[in-house]
Design a protein around this ligand. Structure first.
Ligand SMILES: [Zn+2]
Length: 93
């Protein structure tokens, strides 16, 4: 069996590269708007470290990376999504 090389992507917050599987993907989909973990279009990645999930400038960085302005509606969903990763790491899993 041939092991596939991991797809490395850059975290927009800490600017380190990680295996794509360990990153939260946010995509500005051409037809459906901004989506998590799916969609086709310009994408940005955030690693699941506590530092990046609680980065106060993350929304600005995200807007810059996606070249779009984020709707308040999306920011709500985004913050919930991000905080769920925070909880996840707090539990030490
Ligand atoms: Zn990061």
């Amino acid at each position: 069996m041939i092991r596939q090389a991991p797809v490395m992507r850059l975290c927009i917050s800490c600017r380190k590269t990680y295996d794509r599987k360990n990153l939260i993907k946010i995509t500005k989909d051409h037809t459906q708007g901004i989506m998590f973990q799916r969609g086709m279009g310009r994408s940005a990645y955030i690693c699941k470290s506590k530092k990046c999930c609680s980065d106060s400038k993350i929304k600005k960085k995200l807007q810059k990376a996606l070249k779009t302005s984020l709707e308040p509606e999306f920011i709500d969903i985004f913050e919930k999504e991000i905080s769920s990763y925070n909880n996840y790491s707090n539990q030490g899993i």
